[in-house]
Design a protein. Structure first.
Length: 299
């Protein structure tokens, strides 16, 4: 029997945060079956947990949206290991997962009384192209924003810690919350840029506990809007450090980002960024989660 968990991530309150499906013991499922399950659950991503196929990792996890496989997913990684911790009684400790894209990621399970927090170390930050003026204008129109909404700080840039996002900072929460994206226009821009996700944020949160307030859109892979995005907050943390938009007095920066309010599914992501030995920026994102239901998969 293959067990399925529906997990709300980056929250401890059911029906908030970002939902993800988790299929434990997914070995033997075909790609077509995984895609069918992901389409049926209809979350932004569903994680499929598989045995290790090498000595350099402990477990494999593949991630599917309702329309395609993606190389990695932050919130579904948290969901997968939260579900494993609940199902198998995993203690505190670290493990290494191999993603469908081949990326090796260290995952930490931390138990504190009755609460379980999952942290994931993402890949070293890779800074891609900065969008030119014409591309930025096209993106703002596709998002339903005006040039005056753009913050006068860092560039609009593609950044990846495993799954690339276009990062764009707006002037305040009102500008972020007011976005009404054109899915077709964003999809067309994705094809031209070679990047499917648009992570829009502001640092004018109005809450001293929160450094950032954000939304994320990826209609090119079937996600009009994602509630709370681990693989958006990772690149965001690296971007803020790289461009000097957050202070790093001792080399390490940790902050809380909130996302999902516009969808009625608020959640908080803890982000830590520090330089590696080679100067690359290393990112860890973490959060709590809650199981909404557990059932069996009929295949």
């Amino acid at each position: 029997m293959r067990v399925v968990h529906q997990v709300d991530v980056f929250t401890s309150t059911p029906f908030s945060g970002n939902p993800a499906g988790v299929v434990l013991d997914a070995d033997g499922l075909t790609d077509a079956q995984m895609l069918a399950v992901a389409r049926e659950l209809n979350n932004s991503e569903t994680a499929f947990v598989l045995p290790a196929d090498g000595a350099d990792h402990d477990v494999r996890v593949r991630f599917f949206t309702p329309t395609t496989e993606v190389p990695t997913c932050g919130h579904a990684t948290v969901a997968a290991h939260f579900a494993r911790a609940a199902e198998y009684g995993l203690p505190d400790g670290s493990l290494v997962q191999k993603t469908g894209g081949g990326l090796l990621q260290r995952v930490r399970v931390h138990r504190d009384g009755g609460r379980t927090r999952i942290g994931m170390h993402q890949g070293a930050a890779v800074f891609g192209p900065e969008l030119d003026g014409g591309q930025v204008g096209r993106l703002l129109r596709a998002l339903g924003a005006a040039p005056r909404d753009l913050a006068d700080h860092g560039p609009v840039q593609i950044v990846s810690t495993g799954h690339a996002k276009v990062l764009v900072e707006l002037r305040d929460r009102a500008a972020v919350d007011a976005l009404r994206p054109d899915a077709a226009a964003l999809t067309a821009l994705s094809h031209d840029l070679g990047c499917n996700g648009y992570f829009v944020f502001t640092r004018a949160t109005g809450d001293e506990r929160l450094l950032t307030w954000s939304r994320m859109f990826a209609p090119a892979i079937g996600i009009l809007e994602d509630p709370v995005t681990g693989n958006g907050h990772g690149p965001l943390g690296a971007y803020l450090v790289r461009h000097g938009l957050v202070r790093a007095p001792q080399g390490r920066v940790c902050f809380t980002g909130r996302q999902g309010v516009a969808m009625g599914r608020p959640g908080d992501v803890e982000v830590c960024v520090e330089p590696g030995d080679d100067g690359a920026l290393l990112v860890c994102v973490s959060g709590t989660a809650v199981t909404v239901f557990r059932t069996a998969l009929p295949v």
